[in-house]
Design a protein around this ligand. Structure first.
Ligand SMILES: [Mn+2]
Length: 302
């Protein structure tokens, strides 16, 4: 497969700086060698954005911090994701904080619309990222990106790149949730997303939840995008993230999730976000991201 690696060194969406170094950390952890060993081509690898560091940008509205530079960067990313998809390449987006998913989803959604394909999203995250400026306690856009992609929130985000929502919330499946703000919880329920929390995993068992996820996508959509926030994984295995929360997926569960999604043969794009090398220990979170990408793109043990 031809893979376009799109690096998004952008950390405007969250409070803690450092995820702008995520793409370099993933690169250093051996992404290219991993993909090449799996027989993939990685001729295109670049950053679609030209940005000043956060320190030199205006924060702007405290209810939607750094809105302007985020919208600009996400528009640039959307163009490249759409181009990759249309040339039969796999767009692999490396964050950066989760706000970049606004651009990835805008690009893939636009391509799917033209193709008349129904798009679904597997959102792998400890958090809902479904706030609006009204419900957000922080004004950080990385906590609003999924809500806005589903059509909720300020017009600058909802209409980014293309007018209206990018994905039908009924086609969105969450896994790994363990911290959701009250306001966003109501909105997620109203929108009708499917959510598997860590408690669901504890009650039903991980492999049963996996089966449900595969059935969900087979019965709802034609194309799947994976949005993978490294904070879904327990900080014991992935300490280098902006908001570490105990009680997450373990190493093997995360790898198995990617293997199963690979076997579905419907995943046409993916992003791995919130790797923060400043908070990491010996680059292990970035190394784990490389392992996850490998499993998603065909690595089998036996
Ligand atoms: Mn997130």
């Amino acid at each position: 497969m031809n893979i376009h690696i799109l690096e998004m060194p952008l950390d405007f969406g969250g409070n803690r700086h450092g995820s702008d170094m995520g793409p370099s950390a993933i690169r250093l952890a051996g992404l290219k060698d991993k993909l090449t060993a799996l027989g993939h081509e990685t001729k295109k690898h670049f950053s679609p954005i030209e940005l000043h560091p956060q320190e030199y940008e205006e924060q702007g509205d405290p209810e939607a911090k750094y809105l302007k530079p985020i919208v600009l960067a996400c528009n640039q990313l959307a163009i490249q994701v759409e181009t990759a998809y249309k040339t039969d390449a796999f767009p692999l987006v490396l964050g950066g904080d989760h706000s970049i998913s606004l651009g990835t989803l805008a690009g893939i959604s636009s391509a799917c619309k033209e193709d008349e394909k129904e798009l679904g999203v597997l959102y792998v995250d400890a958090h809902g990222d479904f706030n609006t400026t009204e419900t957000s306690p922080s004004g950080n856009i990385h906590g609003m990106c999924m809500g806005a992609s589903c059509g909720f929130g300020i017009p600058e985000l909802v209409n980014l790149y293309d007018n209206g929502r990018k994905v039908n919330p009924k086609n969105v499946c969450y896994i790994g949730l363990r911290d959701i703000d009250e306001g966003e919880k109501l909105l997620m329920k109203e929108a009708g997303v499917t959510a598997f929390t860590m408690s669901d995993i504890d009650r039903q068992g991980f492999s049963n939840i996996l089966k449900k996820i595969l059935v969900f996508f087979k019965t709802h959509v034609d194309v799947v995008h994976i949005s993978f926030d490294m904070d879904v994984i327990d900080p014991m295995f992935a300490p280098g993230v902006g908001i570490p929360l105990p009680g997450g997926l373990n190493y093997r569960e995360a790898l198995l999730l990617m293997e199963e999604m690979s076997s579905l043969r419907m995943v046409k794009s993916a992003e791995f976000v919130e790797v923060n090398p400043v908070l990491d220990v010996r680059n292990q979170t970035a190394a784990m991201a490389v392992e996850l990408i490998g499993r998603l793109l065909g690595h089998k043990i036996y």
